[in-house]
Write a new protein. Structure first.
Ligand SMILES: [Zn+2]
Length: 271
């Protein structure tokens, strides 16, 4: 599943290859992903210039003069940049052709992604309006997490994976950051001190930044054709490591299910 670092790398790739290019054609090959494809699009995008690309949580925002295409890659979405004459692949649902002979292809076998049009301020779109602060931006720190968690009994892992708390912390990075902060994923969110939330906010920033830096290295070697290189090797301490010795104390890593998601932790280092 594309997580925040993969979406950030996708954003950077599209920014460096398609910004300032004009749309020549929009071709949809399905009517429906998670929402109707291009729902709300009543503008003709033909001849419009891509002004810039932004990321908000795990959403990509393609900004044009009359509005914004909002894309979420869902469970299995990926974007390729091809020359316009490259043939379509199975599960390609959208093609945007650009000046310069390029074509952006959105591929999504499981169809949990979405592509919608926002004519007004995209940050006020119902999909984005309720999102919490960016984990790598201002307004996200230990004090914020501490304040927001008071009186909440839900597990801290669920708390930080809630996009209303913070935008775009997915399962892998929730597991990893809780390990780095030494916090048990099942601990009640309202029962964690401010000092520990400071460590957790720092850990979230660190694990995301480290992954983005790895992706950036791979992106530098990308020639601008084909699938955007979002499958970079991650340095993981607990995720997927059940039974392996903890990097800190050698206790075997435990695995449980929480909210249907695989959850990994060290029962000795995380309290
Ligand atoms: Zn340990």
């Amino acid at each position: 599943m594309p997580e925040l670092p993969e979406v950030e790398i996708t954003k950077r790739a599209i920014s460096s290859h398609l910004v300032k290019k004009k749309v020549l054609a929009v071709s949809a090959f399905t009517e429906m992903l998670r929402l109707p494809l291009m729902d709300g699009l009543d503008e003709d995008l033909h001849g419009r210039t891509l002004l810039h690309v932004e990321r908000r949580g795990k959403y990509l925002l393609f900004r044009f003069d009359p509005g914004t295409i909002i894309i979420h890659l869902g469970m299995s979405g990926s974007i390729r940049i091809e020359t316009s004459d490259t043939s379509m692949k199975k599960h390609d649902h959208l093609a945007l052709s650009w000046t310069g002979g390029l074509s952006l292809r959105l591929n999504d076998p499981r169809r949990f992604g979405l592509v919608v049009w926002a004519s007004g301020d995209p940050l006020q779109h119902p999909l984005l309006k309720g999102l919490g602060p960016e984990p790598l931006g201002d307004g996200f720190d230990g004090e914020y997490l501490f304040r927001r968690s008071r009186g909440r009994e839900l597990a801290v892992k669920r708390f930080i994976m809630d996009s209303h708390t913070v935008a775009g912390v997915g399962n892998i990075y929730a597991n990893e950051s809780l390990f780095h902060a030494g916090i048990h994923p099942g601990r009640s969110a309202g029962n964690i001190s401010q000092a520990r939330y400071h460590r957790l906010a720092e850990a979230i920033r660190e694990v995301l930044t480290r992954a983005i830096d790895l992706g950036e290295k791979k992106l530098k070697r990308w020639q601008g054709k084909g699938e955007i290189p979002t499958r970079f090797p991650l340095i993981l301490d607990v995720y997927g490591k059940d039974g392996e010795p903890c990097n800190r104390c050698r206790t075997p890593i435990s695995q449980i299910r929480m909210d249907g998601r695989s959850t990994y932790f060290c029962r000795k280092c995380q309290r």
